[in-house]
Design a protein. Structure first.
Length: 244
C-alpha cells in the first residue's frame, strides 16, 4: 500500500514571520504520512532550515541556465534547499500559457538534478460539462509525462480547475472515476508495475471537513492543498485525516 502524501502550496502568500506555521506543522506530523510544502522562492532557504520536512518550489524552468529573466532553474532551487517543485499547475498552464511540452520539460529538468516533481493536471468546468473531462485529463497526463517517470520521484495531482480556490469540491465518485482513468493512462504509458508506484493526489478546495472522504477514496494517495496549507490549524487536520 502506498504511503499517503499531503503537500501544501502556499502560492503567492507567506513571509518570514509566517514560517512559524511550518514549525507548528512539523511538530504535529503523523509519521505514517509524507508531508511537504511548496513556498514562494524567496522563502525556500529559510523554510528549509525551519520545517523539518521537504520544502519545494512552485515552478522551475526547463533550462539549467541562460537568458530567462525572472526564472529559476532546478540547480538554483536545489541550492536554495528545495527538494521538489510543482509543475503544470493550472494557474501556470492558463495564466502563463504553459503547454504539456513545457510541463514535461520542467519535470525532466527536476529529475536531471535529482529533485522530485508534483505534476498537475485538470479540466475546466466547460470541459467537464461537455463530457470531456476524462479525455482532457488523460491526454494531459500522457503528453506531460516525463521520460523516466517513476514513483520514487514523481507524483501526479488531479486538480479540477473549477475547484481550485472556489470552495467547490469534486464528489468522491468524480475523483475516483478520474483517478481510475489516470491510472489506466499510466499503465498504458509505463506498464502496471511502474504505474502502481506513482502516487495520485487530489487538489481543489481540500479542507479539514472534506479531507477524510477524499483522502480515503479509491486510488487517492494524498492531497495537494492550497489555502488550507497556510496555517497549521487548517493543515494539520488534513494530515491527520490522511493518517486515519
Amino acid at each position: 500500500m502506498r504511503r499517503k502524501f499531503v503537500a501544501g502550496n502556499w502560492k503567492m502568500n507567506g513571509s518570514l514571520a509566517a514560517l512559524a506555521e511550518l514549525e507548528a506543522i512539523a511538530a504535529a506530523i503523523d509519521p505514517r504520512v509524507d508531508v511537504a510544502v511548496a513556498v514562494p522562492a524567496t522563502l525556500i532557504h529559510a523554510a528549509n532550515a525551519r520545517a523539518g520536512f521537504p520544502i519545494g518550489a512552485q515552478d522551475v524552468h526547463a533550462a539549467d541556465s541562460g537568458a530567462h529573466t525572472g526564472c529559476l532553474s532546478a540547480p538554483m532551487i536545489a541550492e536554495a534547499g528545495a527538494a521538489f517543485a510543482i509543475v503544470g499547475h493550472s494557474e501556470r498552464r492558463q495564466g502563463q500559457h504553459e503547454t504539456d511540452a513545457d510541463v514535461k520539460a520542467k519535470a525532466e529538468a527536476l529529475h536531471r538534478h535529482r529533485l522530485d516533481a508534483i505534476l498537475c493536471v485538470g479540466e475546466t468546468l466547460d470541459q467537464r460539462e461537455a463530457g470531456q473531462a476524462e479525455a482532457v485529463v488523460t491526454a494531459q497526463v500522457l503528453a506531460s509525462l516525463p521520460e523516466g517517470a517513476a514513483g520514487d520521484w514523481l507524483a501526479i495531482a488531479y486538480e479540477p480547475i473549477w475547484a481550485i480556490g472556489t470552495g467547490k469540491v469534486a464528489t468522491v465518485a468524480d475523483v475516483e472515476t478520474m483517478h481510475a482513468a489516470i491510472c489506466s493512462a499510466l499503465v498504458e504509458a509505463l506498464g502496471q508495475e511502474a504505474a502502481d508506484a506513482i502516487r495520485l493526489l487530489y487538489g481543489g478546495s481540500v479542507t479539514a471537513e472534506n479531507a477524510a472522504g477524499l483522502l480515503h477514496a479509491a486510488e487517492v494517495d494524498g492531497a495537494l492543498v492550497g489555502g488550507a496549507s497556510l496555517t497549521a490549524a487548517k493543515f494539520v487536520p488534513i494530515i491527520k485525516a490522511a493518517a486515519g
